[in-house]
Write a protein that binds this ligand. Structure first.
Ligand SMILES: Nc1ncnc2c1ncn2[C@@H]1O[C@H](COP(=O)(O)OP(=O)(O)OP(=O)(O)O)[C@@H](O)[C@H]1O
Length: 329
């Protein structure tokens, strides 16, 4: 019989008073993969993770972690998972390395503390009380505490928020090493490069729901689709996006960016490029540039939600963007 997935979330609903934090979340994380839960501020990432970690009881729906119920089988589950919280997690007066040794001592087969300290550059602040550590040092200590017990599964919430580029790379390398050792990693992030670089599978979430799932390549490739950016020398005549969309036919989407540029999302082939070029001639506009580019996760989020990821959950939808990507998985 195949093993249970590392994480299984079905129809999870969570609210805080009148605020709906999670609105029917479905999520599957297979064992041994790095899964990134990507979404804007307030999308419900932390609440979902905290429910998987057993800190919150599902108000509706079902959550299983390593096949166990995180609330009712917490004693069985806790020794097998590592948790890096967004902030805190250590006593304020305790020295960094003492804290890590303490956590290591709670586990049967911990990683060597000194190695982790050196790996994560914590040697320089090993005797510093937790409350005096910089934000980045607290982040790295939090990660060390999450992995020191050799967990089968680690949850890391925004592992590189506020870290400098060198510390981000160190963190990524450690997470990749965990995966090579067969550890499942579930991380939340709103850094697109982090999700693209690290994750085997990305779950894009918005307003408490998963809206797309796939490997970074599957999500950005969108089948044979690509993004073509057209910039012309003079403003387009009125109705240009509609007219170009009609020329290109079904399966293609055209979004006006400003009066001289638009984005075409459609098949990346010579027919599309030829049609765009002939359309420009017919409209009497001269292309300044015509760039064919791979979609980014940012483009995917924009297409799915009509607003940029960085704008946050409450931003009004953009008037020019129109959803066209399909939900995967
Ligand atoms: N303890 C709480 N009490 C009241 N509302 C909360 C609480 N925690 C979260 N919320 C609200 O629930 C929603 C989801 O929050 P959550 O922290 O799960 O999202 P998130 O995607 O992790 O956001 P971020 O990226 O900012 O951490 C937000 O509207 C948030 O303001």
């Amino acid at each position: 019989m195949p093993a249970d997935p590392a994480v299984l979330v079905e129809g999870l609903q969570m609210r805080y008073g009148d605020t709906v934090a999670v609105a029917g979340m479905d999520l599957v994380v297979e064992r041994g993969e790095i899964a990134a839960v990507l979404g804007p501020n307030g999308a419900g990432k932390t609440t979902t993770l905290e429910t998987c970690e057993g800190y919150r009881r599902p108000q509706a729906g079902r959550v299983r972690v390593l096949g166990l119920d995180p609330v009712h089988q917490q004693r069985e589950l806790l020794p097998r998972i590592g948790v890096m919280l967004q902030a805190g997690g250590a006593w304020s007066g305790v020295r960094a390395v003492e804290m890590l040794r303490h956590v290591a001592a709670l586990h049967a087969h911990p990683l060597p503390v000194e190695d982790l300290v050196e790996r994560l550059g914590l040697d320089e602040c090993g005797r510093t009380p937790y409350r005096r550590l910089s934000g980045g040092q607290q982040q790295r200590l939090g990660l060390a505490m999450a992995v020191v017990g050799r967990p089968e599964l680690v949850f890391v919430d925004e592992p590189t928020a506020g870290l400098d580029p060198a510390a981000r790379r160190t963190t990524w390398a450690l997470l990749e090493e965990l995966r090579s050792d067969g550890v499942t990693v579930v991380l939340t992030t709103h850094y697109l490069d982090e999700a693209e670089r690290l994750a085997d599978r990305v779950h894009i979430i918005d307003h408490g729901r998963r809206i797309a799932t796939g490997s970074p390549l599957e999500l950005t490739r969108g089948g044979t689709h690509a993004t073509i950016r057209l910039v012309v020398t003079e403003p387009f005549p009125p109705g240009a996006p509609e007219s170009l969309r009609a020329s290109l036919g079904p399966g293609t989407d055209v979004t006006a960016i400003d009066e001289r540029s638009l984005v075409i999302s459609g098949p990346a082939d010579s027919t599309t490029l030829g049609t765009v070029s002939r359309w420009c001639e017919a409209q009497g506009v001269l292309p300044e540039s015509l760039n064919l580019g791979q979609r980014t996760l940012e483009d995917v989020f924009l297409e799915l939600t009509g607003r940029p990821l960085a704008a946050g959950a409450d931003e009004a939808p953009s008037v020019t963007a129109r959803p066209s990507a399909s939900v995967v998985g």
